[in-house]
Design a protein around this ligand. Structure first.
Ligand code: 13P
Length: 256
């Protein structure tokens, strides 16, 4: 069977936005994308803006999603949002295990794997983030960290029906997020190839692996040309319609 992994570019807006800014950004993005060949594209605004962004994107090719999801289905979890609620809001994606959630909210590898399962069970595509800190990178522990983070995810997801098509992994070195630094292309490819090996061994042959961390219009084409990079998870540049659309085009070109 031939495996075709359609490139995917997702904007993680983090805690940014307002009704006015979101409208301007989405309108500019739709105009910019209309003139270009786009891959699969998604945006993940903060929870309160999902209805607004969903309404603005309805009927377009751009999907939307959340920046996290609760691992529990329902009940006494004050402040949490469940996967089925996100489905009610028309979400396609749910980012889970972003390094900022791991760092600021104490999310664990096991919790992240349960969030991914909760997302999948509600028909959402989880975008599962992994990546090493600067200290771990300096100590040569990158692959060990990735393996530790992936282990519970692979254990719970191995054998999912669609060979992992409805699952996305994002490799985001923590030290590359919002810093303007990126690993060398060889460094990115080496980590992605390692993740691919682990996914293949678990039968997740269709799973896409995104790179995230200081992706811009200027470096996207180089990163997306790497054989095991299937697109990007974009932070700062996703707040600029032109830059984000340039990144989307870079991924689309790779698809050809
Ligand atoms: P930047 O693109 O701003 O480095 O952020 C990456 C990121 O954290 C996306 O989830």
């Amino acid at each position: 069977m031939t495996v075709v992994r359609t490139p995917l570019v997702v904007g993680n807006w983090k805690m940014n936005g307002s009704f006015e800014a979101n409208r301007a950004l989405i309108e500019a993005l739709l105009i910019a994308l209309a003139q270009k060949t786009a891959p699969d594209v998604g945006v993940c605004p903060p929870f309160p803006y999902l209805p607004q962004v969903g309404a603005l994107l309805a009927g377009t090719n751009v999907r939307w999603g959340a920046q996290t999801v609760c691992e529990h289905r329902t009940g006494a979890y004050t402040g949490q949002v469940s996967a089925s609620m996100l489905r009610d809001l028309g979400c396609t994606y749910a980012i889970v295990g972003h390094s900022e959630r791991r760092q600021f909210c104490g999310e664990t590898d096991e919790q992240v794997s349960l969030q991914a399962v909760a997302a999948l069970d509600s028909g959402l595509t989880p975008i599962i983030c992994v990546g090493e800190s600067a200290e771990e990178e300096a100590a040569g522990k990158t692959l060990a960290v990735i393996d530790r983070q992936l282990a519970p995810v692979l254990a719970t997801l191995a054998g999912v029906a669609d060979e992992g098509k409805g699952v996305v992994i994002a490799y985001e070195p923590v030290w590359a997020i919002g810093t303007g630094k990126t690993p060398t292309p060889e460094g990115v490819q080496a980590v992605h190839a390692h993740i691919r090996e682990r996914l293949m061994a678990a039968g997740l042959v269709q799973t896409r692996i995104l790179y995230g961390g200081s992706v811009k219009g200027s470096n996207a084409a180089t990163l997306f040309a790497l054989p095991d990079v299937d697109g990007g998870l974009i932070g700062g540049a996703a707040l600029d319609a032109l830059d984000f659309s340039t990144i989307c085009t870079a991924a689309a070109i790779r698809a050809v």
